[in-house]
Design a binder for this molecule. Structure first.
Ligand code: FE2
Ligand code: FE2
Length: 283
């Protein structure tokens, strides 16, 4: 058994109903998404359903009339929105736990993941990649390996009585655990049966050489940008300049079609969406 498989054993206990969350993600990521099956599955998990309705009624979608059912979401917001809401809500439970070993307070990983997903989907639209549901999911789940490695890193750090400095987080993980959160995240999502379009970008998000297709490059870029400037939902203007500066000074970032020429619009759209969604408080 590989290190990654050893680490992900028993991880299914992390969320109350991982079976439903995963089925929803699986259905939403199929190109011929079966809406009846999707609604039926969602209706089996009241907290998932509540999160979806809260998100559909948030400022993010700016809908005036109250949305009261999954059917309402489909009719009023369209299939793409349903998929995005379903994937987001299903992942929120996983990503909200605190990750002490990474110095992440409760909610911090969720905010970073959500920001990366919104940014990746916008970059994807400007790069004309068509369907953005799996890009959104991959970006949302890119750091999921941290949830698994958190406890192991804590134990290793304690056993060693603290840790020396490492140039990067991935270097630290590899030194202490002989793997990293990108590899473990990929192995976990493969175990859960998610498609390659999601597992590939997750596994490659810290290694440019492994970014084979455009979606992987987009997730790499979106993660790099949200990570390097931090996300300050209330201050889009200064963040915009930081982001632009970071992009222009960074040595090796993937070349994504449409990104450089549309950077202003992409960042503006990102902050509009992120601020609209920031008020969401998932359970
Ligand atoms: Fe990461
Ligand atoms: Fe990240």
């Amino acid at each position: 058994m590989t290190i990654e498989h050893e680490l992900i054993k028993g991880v299914d206990k992390l969320v109350p109903r991982p079976d439903i969350a995963l089925e929803v993600m699986g259905l939403a990521n199929q190109s011929d998404c079966n809406i009846t099956a999707l609604s039926t599955t969602i209706n089996q998990d009241p907290s998932l359903m509540a999160n979806m309705l809260r998100m559909a009624n948030s400022a993010y979608f700016g809908h005036m009339k109250e949305i009261n059912s999954v059917r309402d979401i489909i009719v009023r917001l369209g299939l793409d929105s349903v998929k995005m809401i379903a994937i987001t809500s299903a992942s929120a439970g996983l990503l909200k736990s605190p990750q002490e070993a990474y110095n992440l307070e409760p909610g911090a990983l969720w905010r970073h993941s959500h920001a990366t997903a919104l940014l990746a989907a916008i970059i994807g639209r400007f790069a004309k990649i068509g369907e953005t549901a799996s890009l959104f999911s991959a970006a949302l789940l890119h750091d999921i390996g941290k949830i698994i490695l958190n406890r192991h890193l804590q134990i290793e750090t304690m056993n060693r009585g603290g840790i020396q400095e490492y140039p990067t987080l991935v270097a630290l993980e590899n030194a202490l655990l002989h793997t990293d959160h990108a590899k473990v995240g990929k192995a976990l999502l493969q175990k859960w049966g998610l498609p390659e379009s999601i597992t590939e970008p997750v596994g490659a998000h810290h290694n440019l050489d492994e970014c084979k297709g455009l979606p992987s490059g987009i997730v790499y870029l979106a993660n790099h940008l949200t990570e390097s400037i931090g996300i300050h939902g209330d201050d889009s203007e200064s963040s915009f300049f930081l982001l632009k500066e970071e992009y222009e000074s960074a040595a090796d970032l993937p070349d994504i079609p449409g990104f450089h020429e549309h950077m202003d619009v992409i960042i503006t759209q990102f902050y509009e969406q992120f601020n609209g969604a920031a008020t969401l408080d998932f359970n």
